[in-house]
Design a protein around this ligand. Structure first.
Ligand SMILES: CC(C)(COP(=O)(O)OP(=O)(O)OC[C@H]1O[C@@H](n2cnc3c(N)ncnc32)[C@H](O)[C@@H]1OP(=O)(O)O)[C@@H](O)C(=O)NCCC(=O)NCCS
Length: 225
């Protein structure tokens, strides 16, 4: 099997024609019913849009269409999709912070400063393709892509370094993962976290100084176009 290590990975912007690839990637994860809409819209916004997700199959067509509509926009990305050959194997959600209502308004992810950074709220690598650097390759591609679209930096709020967790609980990414992709920690775990909240840090990569994907890692990928 060709892997990210073998250099057969391509990472492309999400387009309306590629939304079903997101479904393929997220099958068997919480993302399969999410369609990348959870971090984007509050519950009230979802009700207004008629895309409330109450379980598998709920508002499926409307949610799919909502993502396709986001992908059709010219200005802001709705994410990137990774392919091994023609197989969709990864999805990274990406866009300006203001595009993600729950990130922008959450007490877990308050702004660090007024840099108009883009954010990566979640990442999914298809089962069977994990543990090969696909997530790291997508994060690097996200920084390059955001930079080409004028973002000064890309920010993430991954799980703080700690024990390995079940993959389902690593969808924010992890501190080590983003470190490998060239990010640095700009804020540690917030004090006084509510019970049950995941300890998360804030990490950032400057787009101007992002490493070129092709030379940053032996786990090569083609840059997003
Ligand atoms: C988390 C996830 C994206 C990782 O993808 P991946 O391609 O396997 O990650 P990488 O191979 O690039 O890993 C890079 C580093 O991240 C860290 N990492 C990856 N998975 C981890 C986990 N489960 N726990 C802790 N750290 C983890 C490790 O430091 C790893 O480096 P190592 O391989 O040297 O140990 C993948 O497991 C996944 O998709 N999980 C499901 C997420 C989900 O539910 N998405 C839907 C959300 S709506």
């Amino acid at each position: 099997m060709a892997t990210a290590r073998d250099g057969k990975l391509t990472i492309r912007p999400l387009t309306a024609a590629r939304v079903d690839d997101v479904k393929t990637v997220t099958r068997g994860t919480w993302g399969s019913t999410c369609w990348d809409l959870f971090p984007r819209y509050s519950a009230a916004q979802q009700r207004a849009l008629g895309i409330v997700n109450t379980g598998p199959g709920t508002a499926e067509a409307k949610r799919r269409e909502a993502l396709a509509k986001l992908a059709r926009r010219r200005k802001n990305s709705a994410g990137l999709v990774a392919y091994e050959g023609k197989e969709p194997i990864g999805f990274i959600s990406l866009g300006p912070r203001y595009d993600f209502s729950r990130v922008a308004n959450s007490k877990a992810t308050p702004p660090v400063d007024d840099v108009a950074a883009w954010v990566v709220p979640c990442i999914t690598v298809r089962r069977g393709y994990r543990g090969k650097g696909v997530a790291v390759a997508m994060i690097r591609a996200a920084v390059e892509y955001a930079g080409k679209r004028g973002a000064p930096a890309v920010e993430a709020h991954p799980r703080a370094d700690g024990k390995r967790v079940h993959d389902d609980f690593a969808f924010f990414g992890t501190q080590a993962m983003f470190r490998k992709a060239g990010f640095r920690t700009i804020r540690g775990v917030l004090p006084g976290l509510r019970k049950g909240w995941t300890p998360r840090v804030t990490m950032r990569a400057s787009c101007g100084s992002s490493p070129r994907i092709s030379s940053a890692s032996p786990r090569r990928s083609k840059p997003a176009r």
